[in-house]
Write a protein that binds this ligand. Structure first.
Ligand code: NAD
Length: 721
């Protein structure tokens, strides 16, 4: 007989401890074993009620409870809606029985309690969290395309009020530290360590023998009012219009469903509200979008973060002293995120003044964090003390990890490595943050080519979660492993790719932009092109993005790439976007936002004012109308086909890296589950995708012709997994 996932033990004082301890997993999730275990525990509590004085919900794992069973949610299908609805409602009925037992119930959160895990705790009358570093509390379901349907919406709305629950907890899907959770009201008490939990729970139980949920007391009112109250009734329409603005037309059903469940549920009693919430949850689980998002943002991410692309057999490396070369926009920010993770940093530029200016970036961000109460004066001072500005190479003595972020030029980059390569530790990692130069070419300038590697950050570094690690021809496995560990050390997500022009991310995003630019050249209305991208779920329009990246820079990279490829004997296939960009840069002088003019016009503060009317004169914008679906799929397919090419040519070595890299690094629409999952989930699967690619090839050019590898996969039924 397998051990139960839920243990029941009653002490002499009558307090029953219900301990979650899934025997088959390192974490507790809402699987069948849990469901049955809790059901039996609640039955027993009711049967033995006379001898029960209170209940403590506890966990025997390192975390309290990880959440819903995502494998189960992911497998939900439209044919089993009734069973699924019943399953969710049964889980919730036991919560309801627990909170209306007539005995005080305390949740003792010894670690992370997320999603379904936090919803378990919501059935308690009092939540105590141990202030354990790294513990996360919250309802992140919306970020996985789901909603908190285990009572999370219904109870947080009743605890915090509709507005606060929605805008601070449910919709942003934030994971909070115990102290943030306390401040918000998601937990009621914090203790210093795990050992202090039980005494605190017992003390609360004995002081509150008659505990009940506020919503079960007579005369209960939702804080801030029900939707029918005059104040809220007038504010409600703004909720959905704000959400609509935030989503910019992206096809993300979860936020809308969460809003609807919260508002509808607030009109009715708690038991009805719980049923309403289930209905919305089930409707999301049978939708493809949630499956895509769970696949990428949970399973693919877990694969990556647990070292899926890290060479095995090397001990975990912790960077002691980081040397950053170049204190410009990127170098300064790399120094900041590293110091924030506790690493000593030397930040070098051509002069001490320039290096100090780079440190100023960290100072400014810390001042802001301090003013917003996000850090303390001590922590902030310690962080800043870890960054040492320098101008001399000698400051790199003792450095075990170098990241170079000087100007984008082979001789300049090779020069700065030569200055420091004999000063740093003899086995120091030599990393470059280049965004376009081949790693193997840069490596030729250093003595230890096997220690040379690309560490490609994204701007703004402190916000962007991805780092693309680029392996050069001679990079060793050990160095790759060290860099992988460093990226996790600074709490970012690493993907690993092989050296190639534009690596993976810059190359693929270039296809999105090129497709939009080509459509401008065909006479499609530029505003429609931008709108199509937003409605497909891209965070920004492609023309806007290109203005930010600067048209002349893109042009320069293309010219250089073409020269390099032709020198290698490869033939260059011109893309229709090239002529548009050449005309914009060479004839119209429209370089991009930096110069105040690109596809858009800008005011003196650099704010976009309108699309440039000159496009209409040149290309007769609006003369050609394309179906919205075509416009969107040209962009999505162009990127997906290029990602397949990256996989076929070994630039990418895993599907997970492709999916996560595309969502976290280059804004591929999150609802798709990433650039290769987009292919899997296309209507009709891979065969449907192949057929559609052929249609696009007929209408818009051979570049959409599906490659043989894809056709073969479609025939064999193998997906990108
Ligand atoms: P930047 O012009 O802001 O900074 C470059 C810095 O390097 C300047 O402070 C300059 O004084 C310094 N520098 C130049 N020569 C030096 C030398 N010999 N020794 C020490 N310092 C020297 O440039 P940036 O935007 O920070 O880009 C830096 C690198 O990062 C480039 O390779 C770029 O391609 C890459 N990158 C940029 C982005 C981005 O979004 N800007 C994104 C990813 C990668």
């Amino acid at each position: 007989m397998t051990e139960s996932a839920v243990r029941y033990s009653r002490a002499e004082d009558g307090i029953v401890t219900i301990t979650f301890d899934d025997p088959d997993s390192a974490v507790n999730t809402m699987n069948d074993a849990y469901k049955q275990g809790l059901h039996e525990a609640v039955n027993r509590l009711e049967a033995e009620l006379d001898s029960v004085t209170g209940v403590i919900l506890a966990s025997a794992k390192k975390s309290f409870f990880a959440g819903g069973d995502l494998n189960r949610l992911r497998a939900a299908d439209p044919e089993h809606v009734t069973e699924q609805t019943q399953y969710v409602n049964e889980v919730k009925q036991d919560f309801r029985r627990l909170e209306t037992l007539g005995r005080p119930v305390v949740a003792a959160l010894n670690g992370t309690a997320l999603g379904g895990g936090y919803e378990v705790a919501l059935s308690a009358h009092h939540r105590i969290a141990a202030d354990v570093r790294g513990s996360q509390i919250g309802l992140p379901e919306v970020s996985l395309g789901l909603l908190p349907g285990g009572g999370g919406i219904t109870r947080t709305v009743r605890m915090l009020g509709l507005q606060k629950a929605l805008t601070e907890v449910i919709l942003p899907a934030t994971r909070f530290s115990p102290s943030q959770a306390l401040e918000l009201g998601l937990v009621d008490e914090i203790v210093d360590d795990v050992e202090a939990l039980e005494p605190a729970a017992r003390a609360w139980i004995s002081a509150h023998p008659d505990a009940a949920q506020p919503w079960d007391l007579k005369g209960f009112k939702i804080p801030g009012g029900a939707p029918t109250s005059p104040a809220l009734a007038s504010a409600l329409p703004a909720f959905s219009s704000t959400l609509r603005k935030q989503l910019k037309g992206a096809p993300l059903p979860a936020p809308r469903a969460a809003l609807a469940a919260a508002v509808e549920g607030a009109y009715v009693d708690i038991d009805t509200a719980l049923l309403v919430e289930t209905r919305y949850l089930v409707s999301l689980t049978i939708d493809q979008v949630a499956k895509n998002m769970i696949k990428a943002l949970f399973f693919d991410l877990q694969h990556i973060n647990s070292g899926g692309s890290r060479p095995q057999g090397f001990p975990k490396h912790t960077v002691q002293k980081l040397g950053v070369l170049g204190a410009g926009m990127m170098g300064a920010a790399i120094a900041y995120v590293s110091a924030k993770a506790g690493i000593e940093v030397v930040l070098k530029d051509v002069s001490l003044e320039a290096a100090e200016k780079g440190k100023g970036y960290a100072q400014a961000l810390e001042e802001k964090a301090l003013a917003g109460g996000k850090t303390t004066a001590e922590k902030s001072a310690a962080l800043l003390a870890r960054i040492t500005p320098a101008a001399e190479a000698s400051a790199f003595a003792g450095v075990d990890f170098v990241i170079e972020a000087v100007f984008e030029s082979v001789p300049v980059k090779q020069g700065v490595f030569q200055e420091i390569q004999d000063v740093v530790q003899p086995d120091a990692v030599l990393g470059s943050n280049t965004s376009t130069l081949p790693i193997s070419t840069l490596a030729e300038g250093v003595k230890r080519q096997s220690d040379f590697i690309g560490i490609h950050f994204f701007s703004p570094v402190d916000k962007m979660p991805l780092v693309e690690i680029v392996r050069g021809e001679k990079t060793s496995d050990e160095v790759l492993a060290k860099v992988f560990d460093y990226v996790l050390q600074i709490r970012k997500t690493p993907i690993v790719v092989n050296d190639s022009r534009g690596f993976f991310t810059s190359r693929v995003i270039g296809k999105f932009i090129a497709e939009a630019v080509a459509a401008v050249g065909e006479g499609v209305e530029p505003a429609s092109i931008e709108q199509a991208a937003l409605q497909a779920g891209y965070p920004a329009g492609a023309l806007q993005l290109l203005d930010e990246l600067t048209l002349s820079l893109t042009q320069k990279i293309r010219v250089e790439t073409r020269q390099a490829e032709e020198a290698e004997g490869k033939s260059w296939v011109e893309h229709p976007s090239e002529a548009v960009i050449d005309w914009m840069v060479d004839d119209a002088g429209r370089i991009g936002r930096r110069e105040g003019k690109g596809f858009y016009d800008y005011d003196e503060n650099g704010r976009r004012t309108a699309l440039w009317p000159g496009l209409r004169d040149k290309y007769g914008s609006g003369k050609r109308e394309l179906p919205l679906k075509d416009l969107q799929e040209r962009m999505l397919f162009a990127e997906a086909l290029d990602a397949i090419d990256c996989l076929d040519n070994g630039v990418l070595t895993s599907v997970q890296d492709a999916n996560i890299g595309s969502i976290y690094g280059i804004g591929f629409p999150v609802w798709t589950g990433g650039v290769l999952q987009y292919v899997n989930q296309y209507q009709g699967g891979l065969t449907g995708f192949v057929d559609r690619a052929r249609e696009l090839a007929v209408s818009y050019g051979e570049r959409f012709e599906p490659p043989a590898s894809l056709v073969a996969r479609a025939q064999s039924g193998e997906i990108y997994e």
